[in-house]
Write a protein that binds this ligand. Structure first.
Ligand code: PEP
Length: 263
């Protein structure tokens, strides 16, 4: 066992938290906290996923202050334009210098009835606009009991990758639904086992090169105290962080996991 050789990605999903003024203050504080700690920015990619209404303000800040954070969106429409009230096109996100977009988060699957087919259409929409889809998959507590940990996420990823070209830049996030926001993270062993199986799916669908370069994240109650145990796993290349991404010092400590990974 050893840490992955891919550049780690620590992604902060803010969900419906922080308005645009709070978002700007947060990003500035996070940047200062990491600079004060002499963090090596090139060693770990950091991406924040604010609400849509914050994107322009955060993009302007990171551009003006040359803050080395990626900017992501939390969702996008399957359509590119037209009569789809309330929807946001990937084309608009791209114009805002958004680089990636979360797709298929369990809260979208659950509260907005997003099926695997909708998720697959959103992956295609992201790729049409050169946005990196961060494809979320994961099992519920019931799935875990009935089918084990990997069957559902593997099936979800197989559908999401239908028609995706081998050269596509994608990120996969394994997020057990029961671990999200519950304070009860998966064990690092379970995260490793499922992430390894998801890498097999990437290999079967997109080929060996894609499997070797694609980053697979773990998400679900990640915090500073447990990030190291996940990052020690060879198939875990980073984390998708919800609650803890809203606390500057906690998120900075997660980004700085290399200081406490202990390998
Ligand atoms: C998430 O919502 O993607 C998530 C992982 O949340 P939390 O870190 O709060 O469990």
């Amino acid at each position: 066992m050893g840490v992955s050789t891919r550049t780690p990605l620590i992604a902060g999903n803010w969900k419906m938290n922080l308005d645009h003024l709070q978002a700007v203050a947060f990003v500035q504080k996070l940047h200062w906290a990491l600079k004060d700690a002499k963090h090596e920015f090139e060693a770990v990619d950091v991406t924040v996923f604010p609400p849509y209404t914050d994107l322009r303000s955060v993009q302007t800040l990171i551009d003006a202050d040359k803050i080395p954070f990626g900017l992501g969106a939390q969702d996008l429409s399957t359509h590119d334009s037209g009569a789809y009230t309330g929807e946001i096109s990937g084309a608009f996100l791209k114009r805002l210098d958004v680089g990636s977009v979360i797709i298929g988060h369990s809260e979208r699957r659950d509260y907005h009835q997003e099926t695997d087919e909708v998720v697959a259409a959103k992956v295609q929409a992201a790729l049409r606009h050169e946005l990196v889809p961060v494809i979320c998959v994961g099992e519920t507590a019931e799935d875990l009991e009935k089918h084990g940990a990997s069957a559902v996420p593997v099936g979800q990823l197989e559908i999401a990758l239908e028609g995706v070209p081998a050269k596509a830049d994608i990120v996969v996030a394994y997020e057990p639904v029961w671990a999200i926001g519950s304070g009860q993270a998966a064990t690092p062993e379970q995260a490793q086992e499922v992430c390894a199986k998801l890498r097999e799916v990437v290999k079967a669908k997109l080929g060996e090169d894609a499997a070797a370069r694609t980053r697979i994240l773990y998400g679900g109650s990640v915090k500073a105290a447990n990030i190291a145990s996940f990052m020690r796993q060879p198939d875990v290349d980073g984390a998708l962080v919800g609650g803890a991404s809203l606390i500057v010092d906690e998120f900075a400590a997660i980004v700085r996991f290399q200081k406490h990974v202990g390998v």
